[in-house]
Every structure is written in structure tokens, then in C-alpha cells.
Design a protein around this ligand. Structure first.
Ligand SMILES: Nc1ncnc2c1ncn2[C@@H]1O[C@H](COP(=O)(O)OP(=O)(O)OP(=O)(O)O)[C@@H](O)[C@H]1O
Ligand SMILES: [Mg+2]
Length: 395
């Protein structure tokens, strides 16, 4: 399952934003304040709507008036996401639409639609269609033998600020809704904080997946060390190649039930505990744990992975993002790094331009000049530095 396009209206700086043909690894370049984090927050917002409700998702972003694009106070906030998934043996393009308005100062779901084409011809069919708390969902959507008018409609009521896919998406029979719900719920942003990752942790902590900030690094490492030596060894081998001196990494539980990591440096007899190894060492190890996860997040966003890492390692890191995407997780990366871009392919790169306060996105593949240079062998990081990403640099 993969997101193909995103259209957003009136969500913070994304006043009229559209990105199509999204690759499974998408790198986004943009100056400070250009909207990179806001693009990631489209998924964060939808996830909060699913986990809580629309009111709470908006409240945690400062309220409707703060969230709606400046100068568009009376407008609705809308999201349209297209994703590809298999339904009855065929890849289909499913569209999810959400429109949020303000009534008596309360956010309401004005419209929520899930639609896709059942056949090669005709317009897409609405499998879920709700408006101001009322609507229907089709209960036998996979019964393709039936004409549209014979499908079973289940009329439903939901509260004005609750997504219909929140309830219906729990049921397998609403396949497209269920999958979309899983995709958004499985969204993960990596906003790694070295200081939170360092230091001993409660040995009883959660260690299945690396957390947003990386503050359960020791627990994840220990989980892998105890349960999947093959994967752990593969990570260690990569660490040895990328960080000079690293010989071994071992988790250790202290007498008071804390968990820490010991990094063996080939030059010394005594290992260093994680509190005292370098920032880049911790960060590289954290990325390897994240990217070697046996169950990839379906949607992974990573903010500026280049920080603290030696530039020559970024090409290899990019290859690991690609691998992760191949294994089923779609990856969005925000970056300011020419070295990372130099390793990227034309169709993987976009850049942001701020025009009159609003964010616009350009795909490198759609820019004729950039395309031509890349075809002639130029690298994207150099082209960006030379100013060929029109509008990307601050004026
Ligand atoms: N309601 C709104 N309407 C218009 N613009 C907004 C709104 N809310 C926030 N902004 C602006 O959106 C911009 C984008 O911020 P964002 O955090 O996404 O940038 P960024 O590209 O991640 O920057 P950085 O590289 O500094 O992290 C900011 O300049 C912010 O002031
Ligand atoms: Mg940001």
C-alpha cells in the first residue's frame, strides 16, 4: 500500500498544496519555515483525529483559527489523500477526502468520503460518504459481481467531530477504510533527540519499535540482541564499517534494574557506556535499529537525518531508506544536506518554495532544466547548491 498523492487546503502554510506521483522514498528540501514539518503534520493531524477526535487534534495545534491558513479564516480545511491498494486481486486507486468546517465555533466534519472505481470505466463509487454526522458505508464492497445500485448501504450516525473511518475502519469488511486507518495509525515520525536516547533506561521499558525521540534506544537494542542475533549482528557489522573503532555493542542490566549499552572501542580495554560515546555513534546506531525493524511502519517520516553524521555516510543511509521502502514502509525525509541529495534519484526529490506565506512544492522530475542536468550526469545536491532549485533558497 502506498500513498500516491496528497492535496491539502487551508491547513497552516499549506493553503493550496498538491503533490502527485509520490515515490516510495520522497526527499523534501526546503529552507527554514518553508513547510517541511507541516507536511509531516498532515499525517500527524489525521492520526490525532483517529486516536482522539477532530476537536482534540485541532486543540493541540492551537485551535481552528491558529491552524487554518492565515487570511482564510472562513474557509474549510480539506485533505485529499490517494493511495493504491489491492482489492479483489487488483491494484486500485482509493481516494479519501476530509473537509473540516467551523460551526458555532466548534469544528465539525463537513464531509468524509472514501471512493474508488469498481470497473475500468465510470466514475469512482463512494464506499463511505458522511456529512455532518450522518451518512452510509457499503458493507459488501468486495462483491464486484453486483452492480453499484445493489450494494448494501448501512446508514450510520457519528458525532460531528469523529471520523467515520475511526469506527468503521475497525471492521475487516470495510476493506479500504480499514487499510487507510491502519496506514495512518501506523504513521511514525522520527524526531531523534540524542540527549533523550543517551543514559540508562528502565529495563522493563517498551522495546518493540524505536520511539519518536529515540528514548527507548537501549530497550530496542536489548530486544533485538536477545531475540534476533542475526539482525543485531548485521547492524553491528554496519556500525563497525561506519564508525571507526567500534568493536562490539552489548546491552547490560545494572543491579538497580536499569538498562544501558556498552560500546567497545578496539583501542581500549574498557568499553564506554552510551552516556559517553559520540553523538554520531548514537545517532547512526539509532537509525540502524529503526531501519532494520522487522515490521516496518507503513509510513515513516524522518526529520533531517544528516545532523551529526559524517557526510560520506549519507549515501549509504539513503540506500537503507530505499530498502526500508522496498520492504513495505513509505518514507518521507526532510533534509538540508547536499550530500544526501547527491545520492538521490531525480524522481525521489522535491523542494519547497514559500510564496506570499504559503508553501508550494516542486518535483525535481518536473523541472526540465534539472531533469536535463541529471540525465547528463549531474547530481542533485550540486544542482541545489548551484541554485537550480528555483525558489528554494531564502530571498
Ligand atoms: N495558520 C498558518 N497559516 C500560514 N502559515 C502558518 C500557519 N501556521 C504556521 N505557519 C507557518 O508555516 C511555516 C512552516 O513551518 P514548518 O515548521 O513546517 O517549517 P520547516 O520547513 O519545518 O522549517 P525548519 O527547517 O525550520 O524546521 C512557518 O513559517 C509558520 O510560521
Ligand atoms: Mg521543521
Amino acid at each position: 500500500m502506498k500513498i500516491e498523492s496528497i492535496k491539502v487546503k487551508n491547513f497552516k502554510a499549506l493553503q493550496d498544496f498538491s503533490l502527485e506521483n509520490i515515490p516510495s522514498l520522497c526527499l523534501i528540501v526546503g529552507s527554514n519555515g518553508s513547510g517541511k514539518t507541516t507536511i509531516f503534520d498532515v499525517f500527524g493531524f489525521l492520526k490525532d483525529c483517529l486516536t482522539f477526535n477532530v476537536t482534540r487534534a485541532i486543540q493541540s495545534r492551537g485551535g481552528f483559527n491558529e491552524m487554518v491558513s492565515r487570511g482564510q479564516k472562513d474557509q474549510d480545511i480539506t485533505f485529499e489523500i490517494q493511495y493504491r491498494m489491492e482489492i479483489t486481486g487488483k491494484e486500485r486507486l482509493v481516494t479519501y477526502i476530509l473537509e473540516i468546517c467551523l460551526v458555532d465555533n466548534k469544528p465539525c466534519i463537513k464531509r468524509e468520503i472514501l471512493r474508488y472505481k469498481r470497473g475500468a470505466y465510470g466514475s469512482p463509487f463512494h464506499f463511505l460518504d458522511f456529512s455532518m454526522g450522518k451518512g452510509y458505508a457499503i458493507t459488501n464492497e468486495e462483491d464486484f459481481s453486483k452492480p453499484d445500485e445493489d450494494l448494501n448501504r448501512e446508514e450510520q450516525k457519528v458525532s460531528l467531530d469523529n471520523l467515520a473511518i475511526k469506527g468503521l475502519g475497525q471492521f475487516q469488511r470495510f476493506k479500504a477504510a480499514n487499510k487507510f486507518r491502519e496506514l495512518i495509525e501506523g504513521w511514525h515520525v522520527s524526531d531523534f533527540h540524542i540527549n533523550l536516547a543517551r543514559g540508562s533506561k528502565d529495563a522493563a521499558g517498551f522495546g518493540d519499535h524505536l520511539s519518536v525521540t529515540g528514548d527507548n534506544l537501549q530497550n530496542v537494542a536489548r530486544n533485538l540482541y536477545d531475540n534476533d542475533q542475526v539482525r543485531f549482528t548485521a547492524i553491528l557489522e554496519k556500525m563497525k564499517k561506519r564508525v571507526p573503532g567500534i568493536g562490539a555493542i552489548t546491552p547490560e542490566i545494572t543491579q538497580d534494574g536499569r538498562l544501558l549499552l556498552k560500546f567497545q572501542d578496539g583501542s581500549f580495554k574498557d568499553p564506554f557506556i552510551d552516556r559517553y560515546v559520540s553523538d554520531g555513534t548514537i545517532k547512526m546506531f539509532a537509525y540502524l535499529l529503526l531501519l532494520h525493524d522487522s515490521a516496518p511502519f507503513p509510513l515513516l517520516c524522518i526529520e533531517e537525518p544528516e545532523n551529526q553524521l559524517y557526510p560520506k555516510l549519507l549515501g549509504e543511509l539513503l540506500e537503507e531508506f530505499r530498502d526500508y521502502a522496498r520492504r513495505g514502509g513509505q518514507v518521507f525525509v526532510s533534509t538540508h544536506s547536499p550530500d544526501l541529495l547527491n545520492a538521490a534519484r531525480l524522481e525521489e526529490v522535491c523542494w519547497l518554495e514559500k510564496q506570499n506565506g504559503y508553501t508550494h512544492i516542486h518535483r525535481a522530475a518536473d523541472d526540465e532544466q534539472v531533469r536535463k542536468y541529471v540525465e547528463e550526469g549531474d547530481k542533485l545536491g550540486y544542482l541545489w547548491k548551484e541554485g537550480f532549485f528555483a525558489g528554494a533558497d531564502p530571498q
